[in-house]
Design a protein around this ligand. Structure first.
Ligand code: SF4
Ligand code: SF4
Length: 74
């Protein structure tokens, strides 16, 4: 069956391990897809999994190893 244009075509998505994240924000400039959102009000990082392409650039940018790719289950 052919995939519709609305179906996700990326195989991986990045996941944040909150317990490893110290809020340094070094990962933010590495994402050119708008998938990383810094929430000022509570100083936390959010990942927009629908915008994430699974490119992995942020994974290498994070000094605290708080970001990992995993296969998409959706
Ligand atoms: S670079 Fe890593 S530790 Fe720093 S804010 Fe991003 S996820 Fe958190
Ligand atoms: S894996 Fe790529 S697209 Fe996804 S949040 Fe990281 S830098 Fe952005």
């Amino acid at each position: 069956m052919q995939e519709s244009s609305t179906q996700v075509k990326y195989k991986y998505v990045v996941m944040l391990n909150d317990s490893f994240c110290d809020g340094c924000r070094q990962c933010l400039p590495s994402c050119t897809f708008g998938a990383m959102i810094w929430v000022r009000s509570d100083e936390t990082l959010l990942i927009d999994s629908w915008a994430c392409t699974g490119c992995g650039t942020c994974v290498t940018a994070c000094p605290g190893h708080a970001l990992k790719l995993r296969p998409r289950s959706y």
